[in-house]
Design a protein around this ligand. Structure first.
Ligand code: CP
Length: 307
């Protein structure tokens, strides 16, 4: 399969493209368990992580993935760069490309920023989260984790709970899961549901207690306190009472069902600590799969070869 130069979102990807990422990542998972988990697939390539927003999982995971494939990695932080002196995103990127970078992994607070880079750079561009638009690599690792657990995605019943309004993770997961034939629903206070949600072809619920027992996967979203306008829900305590994954509420879930969260978690708000660390949680599996998925994404877009 001939991949597109860039990975900017899941919207518009076909099932073959998504399955190619999943199948390639499954192969790389085995490498991570080797005593020396490194292969020379991207030797001589240079990958830049260009992060204008904070990140733990995504940036570290891409750095580790690139090192596992023997690429050179340069990590860029907006807070210590000349962006602080007024340089534009494009000027920053063009200067970096002049230094012969092969791929740019970009996270930006503005929706659409990765597309601007992709249209102006020869290097491949991977969207590591842009504003409230998409977070494609998170969705791919989430879908990989679901398929690993259940063995299939078609007709899987997935419920996404919480701050759908601000969530690029929810949007990317909805696009990917719907393309692969899953049934997707969202549940949140009306103020945290986007007005045009029906265009995404998902069911919408407001009462979590009535429906939580119907789903195979329950994915809690982080309440994005930094993107919240005041007043979207009355209080953190009320949010937890109605929508939090509490120990009592999780007892209503199906026996084989799983709980996911993209991280970082607000423990005690959208998910209780006992639930995040409990037997249904696959949160750390998501993180491990994230390295394999990012290896697959780098490998596919850099045109890597197994020697
Ligand atoms: N899930 C996720 O994007 O986490 P980080 O913000 O830590 O990268």
């Amino acid at each position: 399969m001939n991949p597109k130069k860039d990975l900017l979102g899941i919207e518009g990807l076909g099932s073959k493209e998504i399955l190619n990422y999943l199948d390639t990542a499954e192969k790389f998972l085995e490498i991570l368990d080797r005593p020396i988990p490194i292969i020379p697939a991207l030797r001589g390539k240079t990958i830049l992580t260009l992060f204008f927003e904070p990140s733990t999982r995504t940036q570290i995971s891409f750095s580790i993935a690139a090192k596992r494939l023997s690429a050179d990695v340069v990590n860029f932080s907006a807070s210590t760069s000349s962006v602080k002196k007024g340089e534009t995103l494009l000027d920053t990127a063009k200067n970096i490309e002049a230094m012969k970078v092969d791929g740019v992994i970009v996270r930006h607070y503005a929706s659409g920023a990765p597309r601007i880079l992709a249209e102006n750079l020869n290097a491949f561009v991977i969207n590591a989260g842009d504003g409230t638009h998409e977070h494609p690599t998170q969705a791919l690792l989430d879908i990989m984790t679901m398929r690993q657990h259940f063995g299939y995605i078609k007709n899987l019943n997935v419920l996404i709970v919480g701050d759908v309004l601000h969530s690029r993770v929810a949007r990317s997961n909805i696009f990917g899961l719907k393309t692969l034939g899953a049934n997707v629903a969202v549940c949140a206070p009306p103020t945290l549901i986007p007005v045009d949600i029906e265009k995404l072809n998902v069911e919408v619920f407001y009462n979590l207690d009535e429906i939580i027992g119907d789903f195979d996967v329950v994915m809690a979203l982080r309440i994005q306190l930094e993107r919240q306008e005041s007043g979207l829900f009355p209080s953190a305590r009320e949010y937890r009472n109605l929508y939090g994954l509490t120990v009592e509420r999780v007892q209503k879930m199906k026996p084989q069902s799983i709980i996911m969260h993209p991280g970082p978690t607000n423990r005690g708000l959208e998910i209780d600590p006992e639930v995040a660390d409990g037997p249904k949680s696959v949160i750390l599996k998501q993180v491990k799969n994230g390295v394999a998925m990012r290896m697959a994404i780098l490998f596919i877009h850099a045109g890597g070869k197994i020697e």
